[in-house]
Design a protein around this ligand. Sequence first.
Ligand SMILES: [Cu+2]
Length: 108
Amino acid sequence: MKKFTKLIAMITTILVMTFGSVMAAHAANHKVDIASFKFSVTELSVKAGDTITWTNKDGAPHTATALDGSWTTKTLQKGQSETIKVTANMALEYRCNIHRNMKAKLKM
Ligand SMILES: [Cu+2]
């Protein structure tokens, strides 16, 4: 009986460790393509710690730039990507700094 209790305790520990680490590693990588002068996702739900990767599929150069200028990708040429990490107090509305009518937002 004592052996059995020990076994149960061991299994419980393994389960807690497994699920605990899965939950801790929950940061997502979101992908947003830029094509035909539009962001493929105009409202993206994110959490702090996630990353967002923008990829430009257009011939024209584009950026993803916060409306308040607090963060930006470099100017992305066709086929180029850039990844930015989401922070808790990040500005949520952004646009292309070259084509300023191209807008999208993050939701937290
Ligand atoms: Cu643009």
